[in-house]
Structures are given as structure tokens and as C-alpha cells.
Design a protein around this ligand. Structure first.
Ligand SMILES: [Zn+2]
Length: 266
């Protein structure tokens, strides 16, 4: 009896801790990263990186990006917006046909704070569109603008998504249309195994005719080829990681006894 009481009390304490944690204010990267469901980059010694393209498909630039990726036999992940998918479904189908990964970037690309109900409907609506045109259901989601809080992350997890951000040193800032040489050197100088690199395939409006990403991509992929880096999808990168938390990158002090990526998934 005493044993049962003890176990019941222990369970209550654990449940209480979980509830406190679940309602706490926005956690740090370290706390989220430990769950294995929020990813900035992965720890691997293999020369693997994941190129990611947000906000498309775009009627001009997405196909140009796909041509460059094909030339280098590189695979990428496209974080698509549902409202663009509806308009350009053939580009989505081409992405899938050519071996790239499709991920969810909400339907309306709404920035900032969002209620749990609204985010759930954005994710569901986008999944539905992707499924309708490809038969696939994406497992990855990237918050718009990289903005996240506990509501956003917990809602994404409830919807079965892994939240994918990007390596802190690998934001191309291509949306600001930087000089191409500057963008290329920034990405190339920071490359490390396990990086998740942020690009956008939607630039300006659908009538915009120039795109820094298209101009820079061939050069960046040449560099990756020459240095024997392989570009893989985010899901493949995750499946080949040896440990989730990139302690070797010195973002925060390493700790002993960390659990592996697989063990940490809840
Ligand atoms: Zn976006």
C-alpha cells in the first residue's frame, strides 16, 4: 500500500512538473533542443549539410533553383507556404519528383504571435494541400520568420511536427538582396558538417525578375562539391546525426551523459 502511495505521489509530482513546464514562458534553445523536436542543426562528423528554401513555390525562381540543384545532384528541403502551393502545384510536384523534401511553412505565412487554434488550422490546411498534390504528409515545420514561443512549439508538436529552424551562422539573408559575392563568402566561410542553411525561393513578388539566391547557389554548390560536402534533405540529415545537440560548435558548454537524438524523442 505504502509503495502504491509512493508511486502515486511520484506520478503527481512528475505531472505537476510537466504542467508547470508546459505553461512556462518561452524556453531557451538548450531546453527545446534537448527534446529532439526542435532543430537548429545536427551533430555529425560526416560532411553533410541541408539546404532549405522558404516561402515558395515561386513561378520563376523555384524552377531555376531546381535546375541548379539537379546539376549538382544536391537534395534540398522546401518549406512551402500553402497559399503558394495552391497557385503553383506543378512546381511542388516537380520538387517531389526530383527527390527533394517538402515541409510545412503555414498557409498564409503569418508572422509573430499566433494562437494555438490558428496555427493548427494553418498547419492542417497546408498539409491538406501538399497531400492533395503529392500524396505526402510533411513531418517538418518551420515557424515564419523563425519566430517561436511555447505556444508555437507546443502546437507544432501536438500536430506531429518537428520544428526546424536553421544554424545561427547560416542565414543567407537573401531576402535583403545582398551583394552575391558577400552572400557566397558568408555561407562558405561558415560551413560545418550538420549545418542547416536558410535560403528563400520566393523573392519580392511573382513578377520580380532577379533573385540573389539563384545567382549565389551555383557558386555555393561548386564550393560544397569541391570540399566533398553532400547536400541532403533535413530528414536525411536528422537520420544520419550521431547526437542532436551540437556541443562541438561551442554554442553552450557541453554536458556529460546527454541522451542520443533517438532517445530524446517523446
Ligand atoms: Zn518565410
Amino acid at each position: 500500500m505504502k509503495k502504491i502511495l509512493f508511486i502515486t505521489s511520484l506520478l503527481s509530482i512528475l505531472l505537476f512538473s510537466f504542467q508547470v513546464n508546459a505553461t512556462a514562458s518561452t524556453n531557451s534553445r538548450e531546453v527545446y533542443e534537448k527534446t529532439g523536436r526542435v532543430i537548429w542543426e545536427v551533430n555529425t562528423k560526416e560532411k553533410l549539410v541541408a539546404l532549405t528554401f522558404d516561402d515558395g513555390p515561386h513561378p520563376v525562381f523555384t524552377s531555376q533553383i531546381l535546375d541548379i540543384l539537379a546539376k549538382h545532384d544536391a537534395k534540398a528541403t522546401f518549406f512551402v507556404a500553402g497559399n503558394k502551393v495552391v497557385r503553383f502545384p506543378d512546381l511542388l510536384k516537380r520538387e517531389v519528383r526530383e527527390g527533394h523534401e517538402i515541409a510545412n511553412h503555414t498557409f498564409h505565412h503569418t508572422y509573430g504571435n499566433i494562437t494555438s487554434a490558428k496555427l493548427s488550422s494553418e498547419l492542417e490546411e497546408t498539409d491538406k494541400m501538399i497531400n492533395q498534390f503529392t500524396g505526402l504528409k510533411p513531418s517538418l515545420y518551420r515557424p515564419v520568420g523563425g519566430f517561436y514561443n511555447d505556444v508555437i512549439i507546443n502546437t507544432a508538436l501536438k500536430n506531429g511536427k518537428t520544428v526546424v529552424l536553421w544554424s545561427w551562422g547560416q542565414d543567407s539573408r537573401d531576402w535583403a538582396d545582398p551583394p552575391v559575392n558577400q552572400m557566397c563568402s558568408y555561407i562558405k566561410n561558415g560551413i560545418k558538417p550538420g549545418n542547416i542553411i536558410l535560403f528563400h525561393d520566393w523573392h519580392g513578388s511573382e513578377y520580380t525578375q532577379t533573385c540573389s539566391t539563384v545567382k549565389a547557389l551555383d557558386n555555393i554548390l561548386d564550393f560544397l562539391d569541391k570540399n566533398e560536402y553532400k547536400s541532403v534533405t533535413v530528414s536525411e540529415l536528422l537520420s544520419r546525426s550521431t547526437q542532436l545537440i551540437p556541443e562541438s560548435f561551442g554554442i553552450y558548454p557541453s554536458k556529460k551523459g546527454r541522451t542520443s537524438h533517438i532517445d530524446l524523442i517523446f
